[in-house]
Design a protein around this ligand. Structure first.
Ligand code: HAH
Length: 339
């Protein structure tokens, strides 16, 4: 296990970017222990990687399991961090019972909407005042060019308005919470335009939506600086807040399936540092609309990318290495903050 005491005396990330946006990390029940010192030193915001997803909180209709989520909330309180909630309505990691009646057939629209509302209310009311922003709806826009919305049980059973309903339920459960639509591949022009027009029409119809969560699962080539700028301009024109919600920088391009790398090379880490420099220069430039930047993890000893998209392959996507020591990327971030 990595020793927590090895965190260096380097400048705190959340302090150097304090004038621009909060700096967050996705955490889980393990990393709040194994990465405790790093997390409390450099970050002033956390998101639960899995612990607040539907299947984690609500495995059966009349049974909620809040223990793990509660512990993350206590961790945040203890270290004076803010919490982003992730996520209420999603096609993944959602318990099957939600969509089914006793005999295994699908429920009707009214029943599903009731269940959605009851889930959203119970979860949001429990964490009222402790979670300031929620990813209410996650990843409903399709990656396929000719398709607007991703096929899902939510869409099949309720129809398109499951999206606006989720925001309405969320707003009435906690009127003070900031409500976000969150998605990935958000800078791919075709998908960007679909996200843009969906959010635009939600806004125009009076749906309580306050921001767009840009996941930012990026790599050494994608996206280009131009795509990021075009995307930020487009999203910012909606007059909503933007949060970078799940930032990581893979050392592999998405379609690269190589599995031979057991350690990151100097050259890769150098390229990654340049990528982080470019990203944060842009985030700083757009800090009037970007109010939070969250990494989907904190240091290279743990990342979901160790299993995705290639099972068992390691990756090194963060500014801190497996021993929680600053990488070149970290030093570049300091340069950006100071420039
Ligand atoms: C995200 N999906 C989810 O929002 C998050 O909850 C999960 O822990 C990890 C990533 C991203 C995603 C992707 O980059 C590619 C295909 C599907 C989903």
């Amino acid at each position: 296990m990595v020793q927590n005491s090895k965190v260096t005396e380097s400048k705190r990330l959340h302090e150097v970017f304090g004038d621009y946006f909060s700096i967050g990390a996705a955490v889980n029940s393990k990393t709040i222990h194994t990465q405790r010192d790093l997390l409390s030193y450099h970050y002033n915001s956390i998101t639960a990687e899995n612990e607040m997803k539907f299947e984690s909180l609500h495995p059966c209709e009349h049974h909620y399991t809040f223990e793990h989520a509660d512990r993350l909330i206590s961790f945040a309180k203890e270290h004076e961090m803010e919490v982003r909630g992730h996520t209420l309505v999603w096609h993944n990691q959602t318990s099957k019972w939600v969509f089914e009646q006793q005999d295994g057939n699908l429920v009707d629209r009214q029943t599903l909407l009731k269940r959605m509302q009851s889930h959203i209310e119970t979860v949001m009311k429990r964490y009222k005042g402790q979670i300031y922003a929620w990813d209410v709806v996650n990843e409903v826009v399709s990656d396929k060019n000719e398709e607007m919305l991703r096929p899902s049980k939510w869409l099949d059973i309720v129809g398109e308005d499951f999206i606006s309903k989720a925001f309405e339920y969320a707003h009435s459960a906690d009127p003070n919470a900031l409500l976000f639509y969150n998605d990935y591949n958000e800078f791919v022009p075709k998908k960007r335009e679909k996200i843009y027009s969906m959010v635009k029409s939600l806004k125009e119809n009076g749906t309580p939506i306050h921001g767009i969560g840009l996941q930012a699962h990026w790599n050494l080539e994608y996206p280009t600086q131009d795509l990021i700028r075009q995307g930020l301009e487009r999203y910012a024109s909606l007059g909503l807040q933007l949060h970078i919600t799940e930032l990581d920088v893979s050392v592999f391009n998405h379609d690269d399936r190589r599995t031979d790398l057991v350690e990151p090379t100097e050259a890769l880490m150098e390229m990654q540092a340049e990528r982080y420099e470019m990203f944060f220069n842009i985030f700083k430039e757009y800090s009037d609309v970007i109010s939070s930047v969250t990494f989907w993890g904190a240091a290279d000893d743990y990342t979901w990318l160790n299993d995705f998209p290639v099972r068992g392959r390691r990756n090194w996507p963060f500014p801190f290495d497996s021993n929680h020591q600053p990488k070149k990327s970290y030093w570049k971030l300091l340069d950006v903050a100071r420039s």
